[in-house]
Structures are given as structure tokens and as C-alpha cells.
Design a protein around this ligand. Structure first.
Ligand SMILES: Cc1ncc(COP(=O)(O)O)c(C=O)c1O
Length: 467
């Protein structure tokens, strides 16, 4: 395959006249100084190490679809902080609800419940058909942790099935096998499973022996694993959105539902990225497949830290089972903190508002990007494929929409993707500069901004030096 060459991009804010050679990334000196200083007291220099990016931009302000870095450069944001910002940064109506809550004297009381907890739970259960009951937590990882616990308690089984290329959080049961080199997991097997490759050190062997990894879109392997082990839960993102956008094949989610029922396992949809971004009820409502449990986070409160686990009454009620031996332990000092709860209520109310029509607006913007991209694709010298679901998309440097991680690892041109992202950043739009990471649009984006980014992508990919 002809590789797309991305060198030689002139810099929007500088270019050779400002001292950059044609293909140099600007140096962002203020960002660099902050990171260097923070490294003195913080291992890795930042509070979440998967945020490490090259260029090492440090942002100081976000408003709507724009971000400003420490050097004063402005970017159109497509990273959305890994997904939460569906209504844009510092969305006025959400911040206003938070300010009002604080003004009204809300605090973290830490005793019993609050009216706002009830309001948020009611909104979630009323708007998600299979959410009979809900509990609120702080992060997506906590939510997948508790959903797995519920599944284990319910089934009296310990084994969990997860997807290669899926990300479900940082805890021991799920921190494995996202962008795993094929040299470590080996070639595609079906039916079969892949070795568990932890995302880092410190994950006990005992945990790994309870985890089973199969490829997305491979029902035969799910059945194979369910036949072989006592599986408590099948856990999957309904669209894999941590390796771009890998959609389920028609019938795949339905098949997972059938297999879970046949083998008596709990079907958990991890909607931390898809939930509220594609529809209020997440991708499950678009696909028309009801999981037993679903977890949410990110867009649920437009950037404020909150998460939820929701689902069937008989499962969810294990959190409050009268028999302490059967009760699933759930606690958290900050669960239901009034600030993110107010933000979540305001976000859902906004998403429910027919006049605001959030999802139609996002679809229009997503379509505008897709239309612009189509002419780039036709002109490019190497194959390109855009995969989009509403406001989330990914450009793959390969000739088809991927079906699983093996497909991406084998066919996607990672170097070209990374180079394109860096060239787009030089031109004033900000996708996360790591190959296959999702691009996200918010309602604060405009068609003019989308066009500016299409132009940046076009010049990154099509400039004569690259052909
Ligand atoms: C699908 C999915 N599940 C779970 C998580 C974990 O969420 P958090 O980072 O809030 O713990 C993430 C985070 O990116 C995610 O994308």
C-alpha cells in the first residue's frame, strides 16, 4: 500500500518565516515550561498519565468549541477531554445550574439522600427504557467495577469476558488488551480467546486468570468462552470507541443478548463513551438491544465528574439486599456530590429539550465533516475511511471500516494517522495526537469551524509534498 506522507506541512501560526523548518512542530515553550515544572512533584508531570501527548500542549482555557494553550494559541477542540464535552466547554446553562446549587447552600452532607439525587435518578430512569434503577458514582471505572460486582454476586460466578480493543477503566478486572501489539496477542483466532495483557504492572495474576478476551464482532468466540468458563458478565462497549469508532456488525449486539441469556450471564454495556453522546439512552437504544446493566459517565454531566450504573431491578437491588451476605457493597464519600449532580440534571434536561434538538444539530455537524472528508478521500493517494456515529468519528488510513482490533492493527497506517493529527494541530484544530483516538464534535462547534478543520485535514493529507 502506498503510504501517505505527511511531512512538509507549513505551520499556520508560524511556518518557515517564524523559524520553523517546514515540517517542524512549533515548540510551545510555555506549555513545555509548565510540564517540566510539574514533573518535579508529579510522577510523569500530570494527574492522569494517559493524557500524555506529543505535542505536549498545556491548555489554560476552554470555551465552547475552543481551547487556548499556555502560549496563547487557540484551537478548535476535537478531543473533548476524551469525550465528555457534548455541549462544549464551560457550557453556560450547565455552569449556571452548578452556580445556582452552590448559591442555594448545597454541600456534601454525607447523610442519607438529597432531593437532587432523587431528581437525577428519576431523569435517568425515565429516559432510558431498561434503566429500572440507578446508582451514581464518580467515574466510569467505578461504574464498571460495581457493575462487575453486581454480576458476580448475581450469578455466583467470577469470570468476566471483555473485548480486545475495548477500554472499561483502570481497575484490575478490566485494565488489559486495548491497543495491544499483535506480537503479544498473536494472530486472529476464532473461536478462541487472546492472552490477557495487563495495561501496566501491579495487576495480580489471580485477577488475570478470571478475565477472558475475545475480539469484538466475534460471536463464536463469545460462545466458546461461555461454554468453557463460568462467565458472570459479558462486558462490552456497544461501539468500540477507544480505538476510534468500531461499530457492531448488524445482529452482533442481538447475538450477545442471546448468548448471555443462553448461558445465564449478565450483559453489561459500557456506555461511558457512547451514552448520552449518541442518544440519551446510549447506543443500546439506537441498536434496540437492552443490556441487563449499563454504565455511563463522560457526556452525562458535560465534563463534570460523575458516572452511573443502571439496569434491571433484581440486579440493582443487590446493592440494598436485606441479607448482608448477599448485599453488594457500595459506598463513596463523593457519590452524589451536589456539583456534578446539578451538572448532570442540567445536561439531561438540555438533551431532552426538543427545541434545543441537540442530536439533530450534532448529526448535521457530523455530516458536514463527512461530506468535506469525502472529497479528501477521493483525491488522496492512499486509502482512507471515515467511520462516524453522530458526533464521534475517526479517520482510518485503510480501505475499509474496521471490524475489530486485529483489523486495525493489520491494515491501519498508524504513522500516517499520527502525522496527520500533528499537522492538523499545527493548523489550529486539536484532535488527540495519538493514532486511532476518537474525534468528537459538540453543539458549540459551527459549520464554519468544521469547514476550517476539513481544510486543515485536506492540507495535511493532500499537500503535494505528500503524494
Ligand atoms: C468506554 C469507557 N469505559 C470506562 C472508562 C473509564 O472511565 P473513567 O476514566 O471515568 O474512570 C472509559 C474512559 O475513557 C471509557 O472510555
Amino acid at each position: 500500500m502506498d503510504k501517505v506522507w505527511l511531512g512538509g506541512a507549513p505551520c499556520r501560526r508560524g511556518g518557515p518565516a517564524n523559524g520553523y523548518t517546514a515540517c517542524d512542530m512549533p515548540s510551545f515553550p510555555a506549555s513545555r515550561a509548565i510540564l517540566d515544572r510539574n514533573r518535579r512533584h508529579i510522577p510523569g508531570g500530570m494527574f492522569s498519565l494517559n493524557r500524555e501527548a506529543d505535542p505536549a500542549l498545556v491548555f489554560e482555557k476552554g470555551e465552547g468549541a475552543y481551547l487556548w494553550d499556555a502560549d496563547g494559541n487557540r484551537f478548535i477542540d476535537y478531543h473533548a477531554a476524551f469525550g465528555p464535552y457534548l455541549l462544549g466547554h464551560n457550557a453556560v446553562e450547565i455552569n449556571r445550574a452548578v452556580e445556582q446549587t452552590l448559591h442555594d447552600g448545597a454541600s456534601l452532607f454525607g447523610v442519607n439522600t438529597t432531593r437532587q439525587e432523587g431528581r437525577l435518578a428519576e431523569l435517568i430512569c425515565d429516559s432510558i427504557p431498561f434503566a429500572e434503577l440507578v446508582q451514581i458514582l464518580n467515574t466510569g471505572s467505578e461504574a464498571t467495577y460495581q457493575a462487575i460486582r453486581l454480576a458476580r454476586a448475581f450469578t455466583s460466578r467470577d469470570h468476566i469476558l471483555v473485548m480486545q480493543g475495548g477500554y472499561n477503566g483502570w481497575h484490575n478486572d478490566v485494565a488489559c488488551n486495548v491497543m495491544t501489539p499483535l506480537s503479544e496477542i498473536g494472530p486472529r483466532v476464532s473461536p478462541g480467546e487472546y492472552p490477557v495483557i495487563p495495561l501496566g504492572a501491579g495487576i495480580p495474576e489471580a485477577h488475570r486468570s478470571l478475565i477472558h478476551v475475545v475480539n469484538f464482532n466475534d460471536v463464536e468466540s463469545v460462545e466458546y468462552v461461555c461454554r468453557k468458563y463460568p462467565i458472570a458478565a459479558i462486558l462490552t462497549e456497544p461501539i468500540l470507541q477507544n480505538i476510534g469508532i468500531v461499530k457492531p456488525r448488524p445482529g452482533y449486539l442481538e447475538a450477545l443478548r442471546r448468548v448471555a441469556d443462553e448461558f445465564g450471564c449478565v450483559l453489561i454495556f459500557d456506555e461511558v463513551k457512547t451514552g448520552f453522546r449518541h442518544a440519551i439512552g446510549g447506543y443500546a437504544t439506537i441498536a434496540g438491544v437492552s443490556p441487563d446493566l449499563a454504565v455511563y459517565g463522560k457526556a452525562l454531566a458535560n465534563g463534570y465528574p460523575i458516572a452511573a450504573v443502571a439496569g434491571r431491578t433484581d440486579l440493582m437491588n443487590l446493592f440494598a439486599h436485606p441479607d448482608p451476605k448477599r448485599r453488594v457493597f457500595l459506598a463513596g464519600t463523593y457519590n452524589g456530590h451536589p456539583v456534578p449532580v446539578a451538572a448532570a440534571i442540567a445536561t439531561i434536561e438540555c438533551l431532552l429539550d426538543r427545541e434545543v434538538n441537540t442530536y439533530a444539530k450534532l448529526e448535521k455537524l457530523g455530516k458536514a465533516f463527512e461530506a468535506g472528508f469525502e472529497s479528501i478521500r477521493k483525491e488522496a493517494s492512499a486509502p482512507l475511511t471515515l467511520v462516524r456515529q453522530g458526533s464521534a468519528f475517526c479517520i482510518y488510513f485503510m480501505d475499509h471500516a474496521p471490524v475489530d482490533w486485529h483489523d486495525i492493527a493489520k491494515h491501519h497506517d498508524f504513522a500516517a494517522d499520527t502525522a496527520m493529527r500533528r499537522a492538523v494541530i499545527e493548523r489550529g484544530s486539536f484532535p488527540f495526537p495519538l493514532a486511532t483516538k476518537q474525534w468528537s464534535i459538540s453543539t458549540a462547534h459551527t459549520e464554519a469551524m468544521i469547514q476550517e478543520t476539513v481544510n486543515a485535514v485536506a492540507s495535511a493529507i493532500l499537500q503535494p509534498a505528500m503524494r
